[in-house]
Every structure is written in C-alpha cells, then in structure tokens.
Write a protein that binds this ligand. Sequence first.
Ligand code: FMN
Length: 193
Amino acid sequence: MTKVQLSPDTTLFPVPVVLITCGVGNEANLFTVNRISSCNAEPPMIAISVRPSRVSHDLIEELGEFVVNIPRPDMELICDYVGTTTARKTDKWAETGLTRLPATAVQPPLIAQCPVNIECQVRYNITLPSHCLFVAEVVALNADESVLNERQEVDFALAQGMSYWSGVVRERPVDNFRPDKLLRKVQAWSSYA
Ligand SMILES: Cc1cc2nc3c(=O)[nH]c(=O)nc-3n(C[C@H](O)[C@H](O)[C@H](O)COP(=O)(O)O)c2cc1C
C-alpha cells in the first residue's frame, strides 16, 4: 500500500467534541474543545488543552475548575457556534438558548441540554508552545437517566454516539461556515430543543 506524506498534525480518531463551561455567575462562559483526553484512572483525571488567547483560559486558570459537557449529536452546529464566537463579543447563552444547572462539587454551571456533565478541578497546569494543558481531577459525574444502562453506566450507544459524531478529524467548524447562517440554525434548534 502506498503511503502519502501529509504535513504533521495530531491526526487521531475518534475526535471528541465537547462543550466546556467555566467561570461563575454572570461571568460563566462556554466554549468548544476537541483537545481533550482521559489521562489518569485513580483518581479519574481529564486533560484539556486551551489557547491562552481564549476568554475561557483565564476563567479556568483563575478558578481552577471547569465542567466537560458532552453534547448530543444534534448539537453539532451549537458546538461550532460557541467554538467560533467569543464571550468578548457574544452572549453565547442568550444566542444559543442553552441553559445552566448548578453543579454539585464545582462552581461553573452544567449545561442542561447535554446528557453528561463531568465536574473537574484543575490539579496541574502545564504551559505548552501554543496551548495550556489543564490536567484536572473528576470530582463529580452527572448523567441523564436516558443514557444509563442497567448497571448505571453511561452507554454512549444510547445517545447514538453523541461525542464521536464526526467521521473525520474534526479540528475546525464544518465546511462553509458562516456565522450569520449558523446563528439562524442555532436559533431554530433552540426553539424545539
Ligand atoms: C470543533 C472545535 C474544536 C475546538 N477545540 C479547541 C480546543 O481544543 N482548545 C481551544 O483552546 N480552542 C478550541 N476551539 C476554539 C474555541 O472554542 C474558540 O476559540 C472559542 O471562541 C473560545 O471562546 P471564548 O473566547 O469565549 O473562551 C475549538 C473550536 C471548534 C469549533
């Protein structure tokens, strides 16, 4: 089989796409992340990579807490929208219609519409060339009853592969991304969600 040489990239599959909530009260923000990994078992730990230019970076660094919210497949465009708009210019909660629920062990809110919400406290903060790696302990795990199997485990098949929706390496928004068109679709989604 002939191999084609591509430019170096983090070409892993599958690529999870999640919504991260961070900050508290009126400052609470949400943004999209795909640089995320399970990285320790006892205690359970998750690592996310965040560019220092993000509003969310400073909120996570200051509070030392965040929530990983796993979206449903029909939330793909929402993920693109909150991953291409910044809290500096957009009230992403108002635009998307996503709503907040109080977390149990951390201060940032959960996203009500996401069936799984993983509450995390940062234990290590590692500066990489382009990103900051936040390595965090999972301190609470919330799941909708609809995605639990008979052993009370999260079964992703019950939500039709909600986190691994994309069939290609998903580093960027979908093709032909236009914020105005996307916002209309996001608002249409919000009206029936
Ligand atoms: C599919 C997708 C994946 C993304 N993954 C990351 C990521 O892993 N780390 C990161 O820092 N930004 C990532 N982004 C970009 C941020 O979500 C984006 O810059 C966002 O506007 C930051 O919002 P904020 O300035 O309100 O914090 C991703 C965006 C998309 C659409």
